[in-house]
Design a protein around this ligand. Sequence first.
Ligand code: GLY
Length: 429
Amino acid sequence: MRILVIGSGAREHALLLALSKDDSVTDLHIAPGGDGMTDLAVCHPEWEGAAIDVEDGAQITALATELQADLVVVGPEIPLVAGVGDALREAGIAVFGPSKEAAIIEGSKAFAKDVMNAAGVATATATRIESSEDIEAVLDAYGPQYVVKDDGLAGGKGVVVTSDRAEAAAHARSVLDAGNPVLVESFLDGPEVSLFCFVDGETVVPLLPAQDHKRAFDNDEGPNTGGMGAYAPLPWLPEDAVQRIVDEVCEPVAREMVARGCPYSGLLYAGLAWGSAGPAVVEFNCRFGDPETQAVLALLTTPLAEVLAATAQGRLAELPPLEWHEGAALTVVLAAAGYPAAPQKGDVIHGLGAVDYEGDSYVLHAGTKRTEAGEFVANGGRVLNAVARGTDVEDARAKAYELIESLELEGGFYRSDIALKAQRGEISI
Ligand code: GLY
């Protein structure tokens, strides 16, 4: 199988690594990709002299056609919401990722609420604000914790959760000033769960549950980020929890999308809070999560390409159950100084050593660039991911932290408490 992956972050690096282990894959390409991925795939930063624009369906289709790709795997949400999957399908190319019409489940939080309400899925109550004149009146109806969301694509960074009303109002105003509507939601209590499901129409196949750490600093302090680390599976989750999420959330939503005439095909990411009444949806995303994917795929033993191809071709229901390594996996993000507000680029990374994906721990590249001198430098907010698999959370943590401690990046930082509460048994539901 010839596969083209779209994207350039550590999630796409993790996808390439999993795909490279599938014997059915003969050729791996990525557009634009990154300098840290050239050992796994041919990178295509340009097409016909122009930089790759992942939102440009015509350009991506032309590249996939030239490469004779059997399957295109779209990593980020932006091309999916822009309709790149539709352009590829119109050209007869199989795509892992939903249509533009279905990707709106991430692109518009108001649409997602409407689907959930119609499907009877538990979620926070929400009010949409389109004019700054309505901010105060809407905030009056919420609190003491305010959840204020950008109702557009914000890469996980458009949400402010705060008990400070002035901060909530200021965030709402800044989102409106940037031209997007705002969603104010009731606060959902309880630990967060990310459950990814392969979805093909009404067929839903869950992966292992994971947990992201979205705040920049230890103890969930600091600003929201795209995600600073994650682990899978979740030892504190009851045994029937995944099936409950599938039954109560993912299958009803998949059926509702079919009923609306926009069947879902691809990866449906349910971001949930597990409160006293069970799972409630915080958000849906229309693609693999980052950084949870890096931990989840580290445990997958089923060849990935066949699952992605079967989803894309409407054959998901024919596949045997997914198989997994025993134990746990963890990823820790090394971020650049100033992330998320103003990440510092250009600092040299030391300690990377030779690439080795064969052991229980390895590095994935998120935002790096290789200089002419052959050194890797920071080129994004999230720079690298240390990923490790272990017999349990404690073992995976020890290996991931040993690896990240061997890396050096001036001003770079990482959280030291990824999965620490899970390891200590401090999460209960
Ligand atoms: N883990 C957060 C996200 O992928 O949006």
